[in-house]
Design a protein around this ligand. Structure first.
Ligand code: ATP
Ligand code: MG
Length: 230
């Protein structure tokens, strides 16, 4: 589905990604782990076209997409949920969802996201700003799903949430995974990420430092300690 090869990305003159390569197969959940400032968000921004790489290649379903704009990537089937969540605080839950629905044909509709997130249906008339952190996160994921992506990029869906809410989000994403969604999940929460992911990449200092199966990283204390501080 996605093949990133040797990308170098910059913010102005700051060289942030130093040849990052990773791939995500259809139907896989792949997690990108790493400490603060490792370059996780920059990797997602590079893929979606917000911080286009100056070197390297990004293949989506075999086609080169490096340098494509975010709206073009959305049309090609990539949905991006940023760290900032990107919901409209002054609009209701339902309005937030309506704005995301129907741009690309596919199975995800508002009734279907209400099945996965019944909490959002209960809060459908509430304003975005009145939602709890967990509800805002659910709304952000629901909006990303309504674009009917082939590939979902999620940036730290558990950030700032209480453990019980993290558990809830994990169950919802598990259900979404079982529907066959391909997901690249950026996380700092090691347990959450390894519960969901089939494979893991560890990013450090703007480069991939380790990659392997979830079972392998769970057994590798040295990698956890050196690159993740678990
Ligand atoms: N807009 C920007 N301008 C300049 N430097 C930036 C900018 N955004 C991020 N950086 C720097 O790029 C590096 C990688 O940042 P990035 O946001 O990709 O890390 P991250 O792994 O997502 O971290 P976190 O876990 O804190 O979200 C950091 O050193 C950061 O300070
Ligand atoms: Mg980040």
């Amino acid at each position: 589905m996605l093949k990133v090869e040797g990308i170098h990305s910059y913010y102005g003159a700051s060289h942030i990604l130093h040849g990052v390569s990773l791939d995500v197969g259809e139907g896989e959940v792949v997690s990108l782990l790493g400490r603060n400032g490792a370059g996780k968000t920059t990797t997602l921004r590079s893929i979606i076209g917000l911080t286009p790489p100056k070197q390297g290649s990004i293949l989506l379903k075999g086609e080169e997409t490096s340098g494509q704009k975010p709206h073009a990537m959305a049309r090609r089937g990539v949905s991006y949920m940023p760290e900032t969540r990107g919901i409209f605080p002054s609009l209701s839950v339902y309005e937030n969802l309506t704005l995301a629905e129907g741009r690309r044909p596919g199975p995800w509709t508002i009734p279907r996201v209400f099945e996965i997130f019944p909490r959002l249906e209960a809060r459908r008339s509430n304003g975005g700003a009145q939602l709890s952190g967990g509800e805002q996160q659910m709304l952000a994921i629901a909006r990303a799903l309504l674009l009917n992506p082939d590939l979902l990029l999620l940036d730290e869906p558990t950030e700032g949430l209480a453990p019980i809410i993290v558990q809830d989000i994990e169950e919802r994403l598990e259900a979404i995974k079982h529907e066959g969604m391909t997901i690249l999940l950026v996380e700092q929460n090691f347990r959450f990420a390894t519960n969901l992911a089939d494979r893991v990449y560890v990013l450090g200092k703007g480069a991939i430092q380790w990659s392997g199966s979830t079972a392998e990283i769970l057994a590798d204390q040295a990698v956890q300690k050196t690159w993740l501080g678990v």
